[in-house]
Unconditional design. Structure first.
Lengths: 187, 168
């Protein structure tokens, strides 16, 4: 394989393949897990990307999932979303929240084997002069139902991001849910 | 830590073709990313995707798009292939850029969900920005991808590049 090639992230950002590195991966085991965390994230990169698949165990067809940065549970987050549910397109947003919304993903009442997918881009994650802005592309299709969401989120904190926690809102994430954290180096 | 974003294959069409395929995809990666820069020979055609040559009614999708005036959302259920982009232009000067993320493509436990974003600037009001989620109801590892226009052909000069992303 090539050592240096030009690719394009989900965001459309052009990137040299040699600067895109795997940092850590978590796959939820049997019994599920309420949350997944990446901790001690090194400051070796310019941007971060989290990719994966996810399903909730909650007894609904779909359920909300959220994430936090540096374990901050204060009301320091805001987010906006464009979403389509197959019938219409909508926008929503919320300020002074204790998390960033990841949208709705398949849950326990959905047909077995159906997982949602997501890509989270966290830009300039170690820049201590800026609040942190993230963007997410999240989707789930359940063959006749589902939702595609394009979201932005803001964490009003200038600290470098050293941890990311993804959490099912009130229940667990199902077995086989998988999360991979990547770092993207700058020039 | 190692570089994990690798090009697997690239195709540039020298002539209009009904389909474009990537076959014998190895299971060495965690995700696939397919970048398509495409136009079609039939106005308003969509670009559709199939996996492992499955022509059964095992696909579905939910899409959201903006056409310069309105934001809309539609879906397809129990279809024989899934959109990855709709309303592609028959104009080599106005390519549609499509980025398709196929997550956890090689696991044999889950159905396969993929995310697509398509963008096109156009002189008319056809959809210019689109986000889509698709589902293939099959737990097999994806070993081949076939793309086709739902009418006419994929046009000369269209490019398709398949990347693999490997998680450690």
């Amino acid at each position: 394989m090539l050592n240096t090639i030009l690719g394009s992230l989900s965001s459309g950002v052009t990137v040299s393949a040699s600067s895109y590195e795997s940092i850590a991966t978590v796959t939820v085991g049997s019994g599920g897990s309420a949350s997944v965390s990446f901790t001690s994230i090194p400051a070796d990169y310019t941007h971060l990307q989290v990719r994966g698949i996810l399903r909730s165990t909650r007894a609904l067809s779909q359920a909300g999932v959220l994430f936090r940065l540096n374990s901050d549970t204060g009301s320091n987050y805001s987010f906006h979303a464009l979403l389509g549910n197959g019938s219409g397109a909508f926008a929503n947003g919320s300020a002074n929240q204790t998390y960033i919304n990841m949208g709705e993903l398949p849950a326990g009442s959905a047909s077995s084997g159906i997982f949602g997918a997501f890509v989270i881009d966290i830009l300039d994650y170690k820049d201590t002069n800026k609040y942190k802005t993230v963007r997410l592309l999240t989707g789930q299709d359940r063959n006749g139902a589902g939702e595609i969401s394009f979201l932005s989120g803001n964490w009003r904190n200038t600290n470098a991001i050293t941890s990311i926690t993804i959490k099912e809102d009130i229940s667990n994430m199902a077995e086989y849910s998988s999360f991979a954290l990547y770092g993207i180096k700058g020039a | 830590m190692t570089s994990t974003y690798e090009m697997i294959a690239k195709t540039t069409l020298g002539s209009a073709q009904a389909t474009v395929s990537f076959s014998t995809i190895s299971g060495s990666y965690t995700d696939l990313v397919l970048i398509s820069n495409v136009d079609v020979t039939s106005a308003g055609a969509s670009i559709n995707i199939r996996f492992n040559s499955d022509t059964g009614s095992n696909y579905s999708y939910t899409t959201m798009y903006g056409n310069g005036t309105s934001a809309l959302s539609t879906r397809g259920s129990n279809v024989t292939s899934s959109y990855i982009a709709g309303f592609v232009a028959p104009n080599t000067a106005i390519e549609t850029v499509i980025i398709t993320n196929i997550q956890n493509y090689s696991n044999t436990t889950t159905n396969k969900t993929f995310l697509s974003r398509a963008n096109r600037a156009s002189a008319n009001n056809s959809p210019g920005a689109e986000a889509l989620v698709g589902l293939w109801r099959n737990t097999a590892a994806i070993t081949s991808i076939t793309l086709a226009a739902d009418s006419g052909n994929i046009d000369t000069g269209s490019t398709f590049t398949l990347y693999g992303i490997k998680a450690e």
